[in-house]
Write a protein of this length. Structure first.
Length: 148
């Protein structure tokens, strides 16, 4: 196993229709409005942007996100990542009962030098940091969906 490679899965149940959830998730430039750890999103063009995230730990990750798949009918949004981390991330939005299940899959290799040096002792902390970020994102999205 590569000590700098991470695979994440998060499942968010949301009491809103899939189309409404998808409409919010397909606008990453609005993520900082509802997701506290997404500090900045700068669009470079229609399908590419630079994103900076920072969670509980005192470091930020900046990466370029390039859209590789946008399929509203299938509920899929996928990006390729490069920069402080490289790999891919995908939202899959499906109906679940009266609401939505938003599945977030991510496979990345960390390139940020500090995180690479701390890969072995820091791995459990980095994974916990990611869980906290995802939990806060779900809470923020719930509030955002209620307000729109």
């Amino acid at each position: 196993m590569d000590r700098n490679r991470y695979r994440f899965l998060s499942l968010w149940t949301l009491p809103a229709p899939p189309a409404a959830v998808y409409a919010v998730l397909e606008r990453p430039e609005d993520y900082p409005r509802w997701w506290p750890q997404v500090r900045a999103v700068t669009r470079l063009d229609g399908g590419t942007g630079v994103i900076t995230v920072r969670s509980l730990l005192p470091y930020a990750m900046t990466f370029t996100a390039r859209e590789t798949r946008r399929d509203p009918a299938a509920g899929i949004l996928q990006i390729a990542l490069s920069g402080d981390m490289a790999g891919w991330a995908r939202w899959t939005v499906t109906a679940q009962g009266p609401g939505t299940l938003a599945r977030y899959d991510q496979v990345v290799e960390v390139h940020k030098p500090l995180l690479r040096r701390l890969a072995v002792p820091g791995r459990p902390v980095f994974r916990a940091n990611h869980r906290l970020m995802m939990r806060a994102g779900r809470r923020g999205l719930l509030r955002y969906l209620e307000a729109v």
